[in-house]
Design a protein around this ligand. Structure first.
Ligand code: GDP
Length: 286
């Protein structure tokens, strides 16, 4: 949005052009039309009420509003002592699920938890190999099955293994593609049911979204929400050409907290989502 910020500030008043520019800026940043309209309607009401006439004050009000919009929601990764906690990672192919599991596993291991990784994406042969590499780095156990095997049974095995050995966490990869979308969603529901059976307990269902896919991410989020109760979103690839506005659309439309953000391919490139930093970065003129 940086180019637009300069332009809005270059005029000495708020006029029709200012609003047009803000609208264009938000839409181009992948915020989406509906959320943009809502954001600007509320901003208009605020500046009327507060008698704001300066472009800088207008931008400050917009930033404050966006930060407040993104603030609600518990962003901590839920963990309940006593049972192997299962964190399911769902999302379409290529968004970064496997990589994210690897990063989370390594971070959790560094924090002192013992981790089992379940290679539930049996439709993609390379996924289990990739997860295996991460499991080594995280000193985690890997549970995998045959290619094309039943993901639920792999995750079931992983929970059994974790319970038997007193491990804390099962991080479960899932397929991002099946023959039909209906099949995929049914599969995920089944995986969740199985993972939640005693002795396991599903405490996180994280949707992994690729920020570079823009508004497409919102459609994916809606579809996955219908199938499995999501507890949070991981927004990956914010380091590249991603514009990031999708974060605002997800929060506004679905109210699911964005918990983690991916900023690259190494373990340190997964960080907690910080709404204030995010909004400041969106507007920075650097
Ligand atoms: P999956 O199909 O959802 O399991 O996706 P993968 O984990 O295999 O990731 C797909 C590609 O995206 C890989 O090349 C990853 O290295 C890359 N990737 C994942 N997360 C990030 C990120 O936060 N930033 C960047 N730049 N690349 C990422």
């Amino acid at each position: 949005m940086s180019g637009y910020v300069g332009s809005v500030l270059s005029r000495d008043k708020i006029d029709g052009e200012t609003w047009d520019e803000l609208e264009e800026a938000l839409i181009r940043a992948d915020v989406g039309v509906a959320t943009t309209t809502d954001i600007l309607d509320r901003l208009r009401a605020t500046i009327d009420k507060q008698g704001i006439t300066e472009p800088q004050a207008l931008l400050d009000a917009l930033k404050a509003q966006l930060k407040a919009d993104l603030a609600p929601g518990d962003r901590t990764l839920r963990y309940e002592a006593g049972a192997p906690n299962v964190w399911l990672f769902v999302g379409v192919n290529g968004v970064g699920k496997t990589t994210t599991i690897g990063k989370v596993g390594k971070q959790q291991a560094e924090a002192g938890r013992t981790v089992v990784m379940a290679a539930g994406d049996t439709f993609r042969a390379a996924a289990a190999e990739q997860l295996g590499t991460w499991a080594e780095r995280a000193n985690a156990e890997l549970v995998r099955g045959d290619e094309g095997g039943d993901p639920s049974s792999i995750i079931f095995d992983a929970v059994q293994r974790a319970a038997a050995r007193g491990h804390d966490l099962v991080l479960a990869d899932t397929a991002g593609r099946l023959h039909t979308k209906v099949n995929l969603m049914e599969e995920l529901r089944k995986v969740r049911r199985v993972a939640d059976r005693d002795p396991g307990k599903v405490t996180e269902v994280l949707l992994v979204l690729d920020a570079t896919t823009g508004q497409n991410g919102l459609v994916q989020a809606q579809q996955f929400t219908e199938a499995v109760d999501l507890t949070g979103v991981v927004l990956t690839k914010l380091d590249g050409s991603a514009k990031g506005g999708i974060a605002l659309a997800i929060q506004a439309t679905l109210g699911i907290p964005i918990k983690l953000v991916g900023l690259g391919e190494t373990v340190d490139d997964l960080v907690p989502f910080d709404p204030d930093e995010f909004v400041d970065a969106l507007f920075s003129e650097a």
